[in-house]
Write a protein that binds this ligand. Structure first.
Ligand code: MRU
Length: 344
């Protein structure tokens, strides 16, 4: 099942914020609604955010009733600015928008531009599914029969169009008959692990146990984890990986307990120009930390920090699974190579 699709002028997206209680679908008809759904994390996961933004631009073009191509271009450009700011850390958002804006520059008629933006959004969505399947196949080489894999946040079909990245590897390994099991971290503050990864793993029939984030040290110290497998929101040429808050803690623990730590992501998550200190880390509303199911769980007026992501340095990462294969250290040499190699 695809978590986003276009039908008759409307983009339908599965509302992640309602899971696991309800499978409800958002009905989106303009870029502003798409940007709002991304900000509220009804649509989340770096690759899915990129796809949604591309559909947002297509919707904006389809809504235009005039005949002036310049006006249409400006309208799409304006929408792209709002979408770009919706969530700053993930690279796929900017990557997808830049790709659509290239199409905007190339098309010279209103009808051409409308058609092209929808084609581009559909292609980005289709490629996401193909890419994830390649990542899953490439990641299989890392998974042994009997492996107990710890994963963080949600990197499955709910954070992508379909199948997922790190969770896609887990799913394929299970489908191929490897008797693996998963430890899923709940992923505070918004519980993507407890709400979404658990929902997916249950659906696929993969054996798993849910743990609080703070139990990661305990399970690793007791030899209960054979490898850690997580996704990414932005990967730099240096091998620095921005991912869901808590990833860095897991990587430090994994190093300490000699547990291999792998990252899985498509090349559209890579950013070959930004420096680690310049990665924009999204700071979210303090209510996400102070409240649980809409109820205050701390003292009134408490000060909070709520960064949505952290950055794991390359020396803690054993390998990065992409659609081009598993990239090994040294990353600064091997990441550019993955971009220059022809597809496998
Ligand atoms: O804040 P989220 O839920 O959008 O964060 C998601 C993650 O950190 C994922 O690991 C990443 O986006 C990859 S999803 C395939």
């Amino acid at each position: 099942m695809r978590s986003i699709f276009f039908r008759n002028g409307v983009v339908y997206a599965l509302d992640s914020s309602k899971l696991p209680y309800r499978e409800s679908w958002l009905r989106l008809t303009n870029a502003r609604q798409v940007a709002s759904a991304i900000r509220k994390m009804q649509i989340r996961g770096a690759p899915l955010i990129g796809v949604a933004a591309a559909y947002g631009l297509a919707l904006e073009a389809l809504r235009y009733r005039g005949s002036d191509v310049e006006k249409l271009r400006n309208r799409v450009l304006k929408a792209s600015e709002e979408l770009r700011l919706a969530r700053p850390t993930g690279r796929n958002l900017g990557w997808a928008i830049d790709r659509c804006l290239q199409a905007v520059r190339e098309e010279e008629t209103v009808s051409g531009l409308r058609r092209r933006l929808l084609e581009e959004a559909n292609s980005i969505a289709d490629e996401d599914v193909e890419t994830n399947l390649k990542i899953a196949r490439n990641g299989l080489e890392l998974v042994r029969d009997g492996d107990r894999i710890l994963t963080h946040c949600n990197t499955g079909g709910l954070g992508t169009v379909e199948y997922g990245t790190a969770l896609g590897i887990i799913r394929l390994a299970w489908e191929k008959g490897r008797r693996i099991s998963v430890l899923a971290t709940e992923t505070r503050p918004l519980l993507q692990g407890a709400r979404l990864t658990a929902w997916e793993l249950k659906k696929y029939g993969v054996p798993f146990k849910l743990i609080c984030d703070s139990m990661a040290g305990y399970v690793m110290s007791r030899g209960m984890v054979d490898k850690v497998l997580v996704g990414a929101d932005r990967i730099l040429v240096t091998g620095h990986v921005a991912n869901k808050i808590g990833t860095l803690t897991l990587a430090v623990l994994a190093k300490h307990y000699n547990v291999p730590f792998y990252v899985a992501a498509p090349l559209s998550t890579f950013d070959l120009t930004t420096k680690p200190e310049d990665i924009p880390i999204e700071e979210r509303d303090s209510v996400e930390v102070t409240h649980f199911l809409s109820r205050l769980i701390t003292v009134e007026g408490v000060e909070v920090i709520n960064p949505a992501f952290d950055i794991t340095p390359p020396e803690l990462i054993s390998g990065i699974v992409t659609e081009k294969g598993v990239i090994q250290p040294p990353y600064e040499t091997n990441i550019p190579k993955a971009f220059s190699e022809k597809g496998r």
